[in-house]
Design a protein around this ligand. Structure first.
Ligand SMILES: Nc1ncnc2c1ncn2[C@@H]1O[C@H](COP(=O)(O)OP(=O)(O)O)[C@@H](O)[C@H]1O
Ligand SMILES: O=C(O)C1=C[C@@H](OP(=O)(O)O)[C@@H](O)[C@H](O)C1
Ligand SMILES: [Mg+2]
Length: 238
């Protein structure tokens, strides 16, 4: 049974968050791979200022995409979802990739996306639940990123996702027990996160509030830059 803690800290792993400044890489990605960013100077400022990315991992239906979108808005960061980005670059839906090209192709696309997004900064990245299956993905995402794991009880996940049709690994006849078994197999991968939040009995807003508090604490205790970037941007006149 998942421990019902609000925020479960992993101080042993947090030290890995020595964000390395890589202006060369940043510049290259900003101007070449994501030209759309050039048109948004405010976002660029946030990226330059921030300590890195906030990366959400966790099982399907734990709320990574919902929380990620709202958290990005609160931080003034760009929101990127690996699934959405894969759909954008391939021109196919996730279901189409699985159906016509197989899961291995999807995992290959996911790996490329992890490398691309992992090199950016100042993004909230919501990942797909299976991204952790390739340990190299977590390694690259951790290079510039704080890793946040979202969890939820199997019955809660079932309620949130069983009726939806856009996840190839979840069909409408899936049982709570099957979800529990899949979750159990993946749990060790999610446990390497810097911090874990059980979302089962919380609203998206409450989860975002907790994450914002957590990031504020890191700013105060470690001198990292997350929320402060917005203040600095305002002080500098936008
Ligand atoms: N904390 C929450 N409470 C209630 N419903 C939620 C919560 N977080 C997400 N949901 C709902 O659960 C479903 C899956 O959420 P989503 O953000 O897509 O999860 P993930 O990206 O982890 O698969 C969506 O319908 C979403 O609205
Ligand atoms: O857990 C997985 O293997 C998957 C999770 C999905 O994303 P969400 O976790 O956002 O649902 C999506 O990447 C794909 O359907 C596979
Ligand atoms: Mg998602």
């Amino acid at each position: 049974m998942q421990e019902r803690l609000n925020i479960q800290e992993r101080p042993d792993i947090q030290e890995r968050l020595d964000i390395q400044e890589q202006p060369g890489v940043q510049e290259q990605l900003d101007t070449q791979e994501r030209p759309d960013m050039q048109e948004q100077p405010e976002l660029q400022k946030q990226q330059e200022c921030s300590s890195g990315n906030v990366v959400l991992i966790g099982f399907m239906g734990t709320g990574k995409s919902s929380v990620g979108r709202r958290l990005a808005a609160r931080l003034g960061f760009r929101y990127l979802d690996t699934d959405q980005e894969i759909e954008r670059v391939t021109g196919m839906s996730i279901v189409e990739i699985f159906t016509h090209h197989g899961e291995a192709r999807f995992r290959a696309e996911e790996h490329e996306m992890a490398k691309t997004l992992g090199a950016l900064r100042g993004q909230v990245v919501a990942t797909g639940g299976g991204i952790v299956l390739n340990p190299d993905n977590l390694t690259v995402l951790r290079e510039q990123g704080l890793i946040i794991a979202l969890t939820a009880r199997p019955d809660v996940v079932w309620q949130r996702v069983a009726h939806r049709t856009h996840r190839p690994l979840i069909n409408q006849s899936i049982t709570v027990e099957e979800i529990a078994a899949m979750m159990e197999r993946r749990m060790p991968y999610y446990q390497s996160a810097d911090v874990t939040i059980d979302t089962s009995d919380k609203t998206v807003r409450e989860i975002v509030d907790q994450l914002v508090d957590y990031l504020r604490r890191r700013e105060a205790e470690r001198g990292e830059r997350w929320l402060i970037c917005q203040t600095l941007a305002v002080e500098k006149g936008g």
